[in-house]
Design a protein around this ligand. Structure first.
Ligand code: SF4
Ligand code: SF4
Length: 278
């Protein structure tokens, strides 16, 4: 089973929920996959022993100036303006390239070869019996999806896979939640939390992945999120109060279930409730 923890906006406690859920279930076969590749921070809570770090690469075009006749066909087929004719040279912009291979197929002179281009890193490790994978997008790289896919390739269908998704509702989130069995949306009971939850729920309905809500800092704010979930028939599976000891666990990089052992059973119940919904 694959459960993805997502949120319409950052700072709601998504990684807290993902890491605590994984550790609470560590007696099962659990994998943790950090797909929040622009700001991965699950390692702070899980403290994995990293055994392998490898580059994530995409194939981008390289033009042989000796063979190129400057016909411009490559620029015509590129949907992303990642290759173009500039004076008497063809220039490639790897940051814009989606590695579709179209330009090399279209080139009538076979002047284009595809060469690896580093876009990020994939770390593999172990944390108290949990298999740990985390992607990190290189600084300045625009496309997170190749790194997310490199992490997701390690999903095992007969294991429990907990994925920490990027915040928001853009392409990297869609790529992360696709093919998940269930998505937990973490939010707060504020107008901002409601606004972003509405967007996140719309995305989940579009990609047809069932979802439920975790309400963090549940005793602040207003009733907007509760009312929205009731109207849309979305279950709020867990309410975490706004408490100093919980905030301290987060602020000191400690797991909630380490500092407040009662939460181990609460997170196991959360998993049972998700199983029940499926
Ligand atoms: S591989 Fe695709 S995206 Fe990249 S430059 Fe060629 S046509 Fe454009
Ligand atoms: S399609 Fe090939 S020959 Fe034509 S401009 Fe591009 S690289 Fe040069």
């Amino acid at each position: 089973m694959t459960i993805t923890i997502a949120s319409g906006k950052g700072g709601t406690g998504k990684t807290t929920i993902a890491t605590n859920l994984a550790v609470a279930l560590a007696t099962e076969k659990v994998q943790f996959l950090d797909c929040d590749v622009e700001a991965p921070n699950s390692h702070i809570f899980l403290r994995p022993a990293i055994s392998k770090t490898e580059p994530v690469q995409i194939l981008v075009p390289q033009v042989d100036d000796q063979k190129c006749t400057l016909c411009g066909r490559c620029a015509e087929v590129c949907e992303y303006h990642a290759i173009g004719l500039f004076g008497k040279r063809v220039l490639v912009f790897p940051d814009l390239c989606h590695a579709c291979g179209g330009c090399s197929i279209a080139c009538p002179e076979n002047a284009i070869t595809e060469v690896p281009h580093d876009v990020g890193l994939l770390q593999t490790g172990q944390s108290n019996g949990i298999h740990f994978f985390a992607g990190q997008l290189n600084i300045g790289e625009a496309k997170a999806t190749p790194v997310i896919n490199a992490v997701k390739r390690h999903i095992r269908s007969n294991w429990l896979n907990i994925i920490d998704a990027p915040p928001g509702t853009s392409c990297p989130v869609v790529e992360t939640v696709r093919h998940s069995d269930y998505v937990l949306l973490v939010t707060e009971p504020t107008p901002f939390g409601l606004h972003d939850l509405e967007l996140a729920v719309a995305v989940m309905r579009k990609v047809e992945v069932p979802c439920g809500v975790v309400l963090n800092r549940a005793d602040i704010g207003d009733e907007g999120v509760e009312n929205f979930c009731h109207e849309k028939n979305i279950d709020i599976l867990l309410r975490i109060p706004h408490r100093r000891d919980i905030a301290e666990a987060y602020a000191t990089g400690r797991l909630l279930i380490e500092m407040l052992p009662d939460y181990r059973a609460i997170f196991r119940q959360l998993y049972s409730d998700i199983e029940g919904q499926l």
